[in-house]
Design a protein around this ligand. Structure first.
Ligand code: HSE
Length: 328
């Protein structure tokens, strides 16, 4: 299998390590980076390119996007899909922007890792809840702010807590997206597109962050969490917000500690479903990327495996250049 990886930051590096472990060192065919002078592991050096189009020279079977920001992800994804190459994305800026604008989701675009790191929410909503009717989505969708709020409860100051979240690899390259609630709004708009088939610009989400938060001015009792919520109203209107709230101890969302996320999805047939777990960080997000890679490229594996043994070798070399991926 040949993977073109975009980005070698915290998530990109964790994904590269996971891919090497699961599919062998040859699985990574090229890696797009933006900073040529950053320190990299020696095995990565021969694979690096600064040219967005250069990633296609390695004839990848799949492109994995671990970049921040909408560009160059949008361009590269477009080129890949035109060539019939699946794209697996952790890039919530790009995915939220795409889903806010376009009525359909490209078949070959996979984006489990773009929302809540390690939690398999996208597949759950898209396939698991197909045919049910989602009434409400409510959750803690940003690990960095949850980590900061928890650390401040323990007595750390805001700048120190933010610095630690950055060092641990939870925060965005530009952490203002985390603390302003924009990252949570992007993830919420992705969930809204899938859950309610409503295309919502993240800018349309009512948003209050934790930057400049004055706990004394938040009403009620209980722990402060940054809560994202979208609700289906009569007539099909969806109202969405991200804002700090005090939560009662019995509230399910209170259990998200550190960089964890917690999400409740209420549906007409099932009542309330609850999910919690690692929402940010290298390995959990890389694991979600890897799950999508296995599915995106696994179709090719399945096609090859359905063939009679004599035809397999020939088909495998046509599809994979002789290098058939192992399934995990
Ligand atoms: N900065 C994001 C967060 C990373 O803290 O949740 C995961 O999307």
């Amino acid at each position: 299998m040949r993977i073109a990886l975009l980005g070698l930051g915290h998530v990109g590096l964790a994904f590269a390590q996971l891919a090497r472990r699961e599919a062998g060192a040859e699985a990574l065919a090229s890696i797009l980076v933006r900073r040529p002078d950053a320190e990299r592991p020696p095995w990565a050096l021969p694979l690096l390119t600064l040219d967005p189009e250069g990633v296609f020279e390695s004839e990848p079977h799949v492109v994995v996007d671990a970049l921040p920001g909408t560009e160059p992800s949008r361009r590269i994804t477009g080129w890949a899909l035109e060539r019939g190459i699946p794209v697996v994305s952790a890039n919530k800026s790009f995915v939220a922007d795409l889903l806010a604008r376009s009525p359909g989701i490209p078949d070959r675009l996979w984006f489990e890792a773009s929302v809540c790191g390690g939690l398999p929410l996208i597949e759950t909503i898209r396939r698991g809840l197909a045919g049910d009717r989602v009434l409400r989505v409510r959750g803690i969708l940003n690990g960095t702010t949850n980590f900061i709020l928890g650390a401040m409860e323990q007595g750390m100051d805001y700048p120190g807590a933010l610095r630690e979240a950055q060092e641990l690899g939870y925060a965005e390259t530009d952490p203002s997206a985390d603390v302003s609630g924009l990252d949570a709004a992007r993830k919420l708009s992705i969930l809204v597109a899938l859950a309610f088939a409503v295309h919502m610009d993240p800018a349309a989400v009512e948003r209050h962050g934790i930057d400049g938060l004055d706990p004394a001015r938040l009403p009620g009792a209980g722990r402060i969490k940054l809560v994202a919520e979208a609700r289906l109203h009569p007539g099909g209107r969806v109202l969405a917000s991200v804002r700090p709230q005090r939560l009662e101890p019995a509230d399910f969302l209170v259990r998200a500690e550190g960089a964890e996320n917690a999400v409740e999805i209420e549906t007409a047939c099932r009542g309330v479903l609850r999910f919690s777990g690692p929402g940010a960080g290298g390995l959990p997000t890389a694991a979600s990327l890897w799950a999508d890679v296995a599915q995106a490229v696994g179709d090719r594996v399945a096609r090859v495996r359905r063939l009679a043994p004599a035809a397999r070798e020939d088909a495998a070399s046509r599809v994979f250049g002789g290098d058939v991926p192992r399934r995990g």
